[in-house]
Design a protein around this ligand. Structure first.
Ligand code: ASP
Length: 587
């Protein structure tokens, strides 16, 4: 037997017992004639003690042991002289009588402590060592608990977990596909699923009624902190449902997860629902962070044409936010904000500000262009109080300017400490536009995906004004993060063909790529709809982390590389030949 107990479970009530423990050496300390070793496993840390006086030989052996050695020890549980109330096992120690080194270890390249000295790249290269750290391990435990509760809940509601294949054809979700060459079909390629979208719809045609799957999805797109080339979805689909039915079930799932996994009671009230248009108008984002206010106020009437300021007089949109208690900002702080909005990622031309002074008068960076009356109207319109700082952006494209103002709002929210990671604010964003125009492709693109149903009342507009059609699509947003999204689907082959046509597919292209789905719809497709949660994002929100990498056991870096496995990597010429693939010559 390698062990009788784990390193996390012995207490004072076990004093006197003879036990065997196995684990890794966290730390070795020599004090006078005593040697102390902290032994660690997944469950905790237990202090081992070796005494020079009572067993010089054993103590000698212990003194040769280094960090991360794997040990097995036998000994007696005793009360500790100086107790450590920060450790659950802090009242006891093991007086060791037998010591066996199960494996030696090289000195790890970084310290395996809460505050490690290892940089990101190094920790990724030695991820198996990073995973020994308690903080990282905790995230995986949280993820496990989360998945378990998802399964419990959905099972209790009659959902079946069904696996779908990984080697498939293209499943468009708006990203680039990862493709896999087929040796048995030279010149042909599989695509890895961007999501199981079409397959889960086929499962509905097959009568499965309620499906879910915790599933890997693959999208070849540029990476950010909350994106990985492979990520996990909780993918769900239901038959004979309308939008409200889906919202009801998944709101209940979300509340269940918050309660059982995060210990947060979100109450009985349904989540707020806002239309996409309202979100854009009030927050400049389709995933507004509702933990704080600072809503946009449109200022076109107040500032356009009411003074000599040319920038505002030419603007298509002027909007402001009001930051409480920020009128005290120094010139330098205001310059920082200006530099922020002017940075290439944000791209605004400049920032106008107005301070509401203690006496209620307004002092702004555009004073010379406006009368005190106009500035007073500005103050009223913004409902600003003495001490407030009004920040204003303008531009010739309303949507772009709103997005810039959204970034400024989020920055001010963070600065004012209004984005508390232990506070959760959830909402549904509904009534998304069906399409968005792509300048790059010079065509309408599906805003969600091509299988999303238009609002029934908007169907006639598909012929006359498709850009104005709204979709039966919804996103769940938590703290400014889109945690899930879905839609009611088209279940009619004719309507689906029409949407492909609007999206620029010829009937032949649509048939070649999606014939299987449109044909299936001809064999009795039930009305259906669903959604998918981004599991990594959701768990990282629960863990209070900004990056999803920390909740993934073996993540990729920003360049999509696995630095531990050194992938992707070139393959042998013989493999390429077998696949009949020739690489283009580099100049
Ligand atoms: N397949 C969609 C996605 O990956 C989710 C859905 O519509 O159910 O975003």
């Amino acid at each position: 037997m390698y062990r009788t107990h784990t390193c996390g479970e012995l207490r004072l009530s076990d004093a006197g017992k003879t036990v065997t423990l196995s684990g890794w050496v966290q730390r070795v300390r020599k004090m006078g004639g005593m040697t102390f070793i902290d032994l660690r496993d997944r469950y905790g840390i237990t202090q081992l003690v070796f005494n020079q006086e009572t067993d010089a030989n054993l103590c000698e052996q212990a003194n040769k042991i280094g960090r991360e050695y794997v040990l097995q020890v036998k000994g007696t549980v005793g009360e500790r002289f100086s107790k450590n109330d920060k450790m659950p096992t802090g009242d006891i120690e093991i007086t060791v009588s037998e010591l066996r080194v199960l494996n030696e270890a090289l000195t790890p390249p970084f310290t395996i402590e809460e505050n490690t000295d290892g940089g990101d790249e190094l920790r990724m290269k030695f991820r198996y060592l990073d995973l020994r750290r308690e903080t990282v391990r905790r995230n995986l435990e949280l993820r496990h608990k989360f998945c378990l509760e998802v399964r419990h809940f959905l099972d209790s509601k009659g959902f079946l977990e069904i696996e779908t294949p990984v080697l498939v054809g293209s499943t468009p979700e708006g990203a680039r596909d990862f493709i896999v060459p087929s040796r048995m079909n030279p010149g042909s390629f599989y695509a890895l699923p961007q999501s199981p979208q079409t397959l889960k719809q086929l499962l509905m045609v097959a009568g499965m009624d309620r499906y879910f799957q915790i599933v890997k999805c693959f999208r070849d797109e540029d990476l950010r902190a909350d994106r990985q080339p492979e990520f996990t979805q909780i993918d769900c689909e239901m038959s004979f449902v309308e939008q409200d039915d889906i919202i009801r079930v998944f709101e209940a799932l979300t509340k269940h997860l918050f309660k059982t996994v995060r210990g947060v009671d979100l109450g009985e009230e349904p989540f707020l629902r806002l239309s996409w248009e309202e979100c854009m108008r009030r927050f400049g984002s389709d995933k507004p962070d509702m933990r704080f206010g600072m809503e946009f106020v449109e200022l076109m009437d107040t500032l356009k044409g009411t003074g000599e300021f040319g920038v505002f007089n030419d603007a298509a949109y002027i909007g402001g936010i009001c930051a409480p208690n920020c009128a005290v900002y120094t010139r330098k702080q205001l310059d920082e904000l200006t530099n922020f909005v002017r940075s290439p990622q944000i791209g605004a031309k400049g920032l106008v500000y107005a301070r509401v002074q203690e006496d209620g008068t307004v002092k702004s960076s555009v004073d010379k262009f406006y009368s005190p009356e106009v500035l007073n109207t500005l103050k009223d319109k913004m409902q600003a109080a003495p001490g407030d700082l009004i920040l204003i952006l303008s531009g010739d494209d309303a949507n772009r300017t709103r997005k810039q103002l959204c970034e400024l709002r989020l920055l001010m929210g963070s600065r004012l400490g209004l984005r508390d990671k232990n506070k959760f604010s959830l909402l549904w964003v509904v009534d998304f536009p069906m399409f968005e125009w792509s300048d790059e492709q010079q065509r309408l693109m599906a805003m969600h995906h091509p299988f999303t149903a238009p609002k029934p009342e908007d169907i006639p507009l598909l012929d006359t004004d498709p850009a104005s059609v709204k979709a039966n699509a919804y996103d769940m947003v938590c703290n400014g993060v889109e945690v899930g999204g879905g839609s009611i689907r088209i279940h009619d082959a004719v309507l689906q063909a029409k949407i492909f046509d609007i999206l620029g597919f010829t009937p032949e292209q649509a048939q070649a790529q999606f014939g299987f789905l449109m044909n299936a719809f001809k064999y009795g497709a039930p009305p259906h709809g669903g959604l998918a949660y981004g599991l990594d994002r959701f768990v990282s929100l629960f863990a209070g982390l900004d990056s999803i990498r920390d909740v993934i056991a073996f993540p990729k870096n920003n360049a999509g590389r696995d630095v531990m496995l050194d992938a992707p990597a070139p393959v042998a010429q013989a493999q390429l030949d077998e696949l009949q693939i020739a690489l283009a010559k580099k100049d």
